[in-house]
Ligand binder design. Structure first.
Ligand SMILES: Nc1ncnc2c1ncn2[C@@H]1O[C@H](COP(=O)(O)OP(=O)(O)OP(=O)(O)O)[C@@H](O)[C@H]1O
Ligand SMILES: [Mg+2]
Length: 480
């Protein structure tokens, strides 16, 4: 039950899984997400969490499997998505079922259906849905509302939930989020950007990204194809020429039928696809970065920020997956003062709040010598780091910290250093200008004094102005 280890984390994870799915679905629908998150206390340590979205909706016939089977994912192609495993919402539903013996309630409408209401349990033993109740139920707009009842500690998780939602409007700046707890609005945020991200174009898997599971699934869907045909039709970056070269390198018969390959041969094929260096780099059209203006604007909308600088790195690749890292360094009184900047981590637009000390990004941040860039305890500095990739190398199914991947670590190090340099320059410009202003004030004071003495010596009543002189010396307006 990754992510549901204690009653506080359980409430937070339930909200997170539902919000993630809703935002993914709005992205599919190409709409501005409007999410209502409602939490109600309904008994001792018992709450309901309801998340309502204006996304695509779920076709009625797919609802039972999507919500009642573990590892039911619809997201198989290579593309940037918040959801990855086909595990998230079912974990939350299972936790609710185990702790309160209540079914999940789903009310959904696609543009084709009128609206459907389901109450579903998960049959844990057989990993299949048990539909307790089902009816056609009108819903005005397309979208989905999911309600889960669970035991949990709302009081202790509330702060994290608010932090998560605030940061979600930073990484999805075109989304509007409202949080109500016992009917009282706790947060109503977002809509910082009025441009939709350009649509993500899902790609076929890159050959270097396959594992046995993906390969087995692809073979199942292409049982009758010859190996040559299978490779050309199932993967990006494999055309007839590349396929021929690869199969010759593998010493495999291009005409053999894929379903006839035994387990060992499939495993060899998966290994060879991962290791062969004759494939071009993966497509990056399946990625969606937040973007410079959108990210800077969102950070400035959520935090009190004096200075903010953006940088991005990539497109690069890790094991056949394209990735980009974008980041912002920001200075402002909302951030804690420390020797190293406070790090806000995002993966495919999802804020990562737990296990922060555990991951690669935090470790990378600590490798940088911040005093070189003029950062010390007196400076409130933060770094926002967003990794987008067709696959995020999470350490565990709780999806909170990243495993060590040298390509990502290297890119993160580069970008953090670049931001450090930018901040260092701004800092020294600030210090220089502070020094200049001090000098200017002193000069201005002395000049006024000289003017006063000179006027007295020359017996002139009106003391001449020295403003022009100071202005010429410093090329700026003097202080009053
Ligand atoms: N609000 C929603 N709108 C549309 N489809 C949804 C919604 N919630 C869930 N689904 C469908 O149900 C599937 C299963 O959701 P689930 O959260 O279990 O997996 P996931 O999001 O694919 O991956 P992850 O385990 O990382 O969350 C999704 O892939 C999606 O197709
Ligand atoms: Mg999910």
């Amino acid at each position: 039950m990754a992510g549901f280890g204690n009653p506080t984390q359980a409430v937070y994870s339930t909200v997170r899984e539902l919000v993630e799915n809703s935002l993914d679905s709005c992205e599919d629908a190409q709409t501005y997400p409007i999410l209502d998150i409602e939490i109600k206390n309904v008994g001792p340590d018992t709450i309901t969490v309801t998340v309502s979205d204006n996304g695509t909706g779920v076709p009625p016939e797919q609802v039972p499997l999507a919500f009642g089977r573990v590892l039911y994912g619809s997201k198989y192609s290579q593309q940037q998505k918040r959801g990855t495993f086909g595990l998230g919402v079912t974990m939350a539903i299972l936790y609710g079922q185990i702790t309160t013996d209540s079914p999940v309630i789903i009310h959904s409408k696609t543009y084709k259906s009128k609206g459907h209401l389901y109450k579903i349990f998960v049959d844990v033993k057989n990993n299949r849905p048990l539909v307790e109740y089902e009816e056609e139920h009108h819903r005005d707009e397309t979208g989905t509302t999911v309600t889960i009842k669970l035991k949990g500690d709302l009081k202790r998780s509330q702060e994290r939930i608010i932090e998560y939602l605030r940061l979600s409007t930073v990484s999805t700046p075109h989304a509007k989020l409202t949080l109500r707890i016992d009917e009282e609005i706790q947060l109503d945020l977002g809509g910082w950007s009025d441009t939709l991200p350009s649509p993500i174009r899902p790609s076929k898997p890159h050959p270097r990204s396959v594992d046995m599971e993906v390969l087995r699934r692809l073979v199942q869907n292409n049982e009758k194809r010859s190996l040559d045909d299978f490779l050309c039709s199932s993967f990006q970056k494999i055309g007839p020429k590349t396929s021929t070269r690869f199969l010759r390198f593998m010493n495999l018969n291009p005409n053999c039928i894929v379903s006839e390959l035994n387990r060992d041969e499939l495993s060899q094929l998966a290994n060879a696809l991962r290791k062969y260096d004759g494939f071009e780099r993966p497509d990056s059209k399946c990625l969606s970065i937040i973007g410079k203006n959108e990210l800077l604007n969102a950070i400035k909308s959520v935090f009190n920020v004096k200075i903010a600088e953006y940088a991005s790195h990539g497109v690069s690749e890790w094991q056949g997956n394209p990735f980009v890292i974008e980041a912002v360094v920001a200075m402002g009184d909302d951030f804690p003062r420390s020797d190293i900047p406070t790090l806000y981590r995002f993966a495919n637009r999802v804020p990562l709040l737990y296990d922060s000390t555990d991951g690669v990004l935090t470790r990378t941040l600590k490798r940088v010598n911040w005093s070189r860039y003029g950062i010390n305890k007196s400076e409130p500095v933060a770094i926002f780091l967003h990794l987008c990739s067709s696959k995020i190398p999470f350490k565990a199914a709780g999806k909170q910290s990243l495993a060590s991947v040298s390509e990502i670590e290297q890119a993160a190090y580069q970008i953090i250093k670049e931001l450090g340099r930018k901040l260092g320059k701004i800092n020294s410009r600030y210090r220089r200008s502070a020094r200049e202003s001090k000098k200017m004030r002193e000069f201005s004071k002395s000049f006024r004094q000289i003017a006063r003495f000179s006027a007295a010596l020359a017996d002139i009543d009106e003391v001449p102005s020295v403003d022009n002189l100071v202005k010429k010396l410093f090329e700026v307006e003097p202080d009053e």
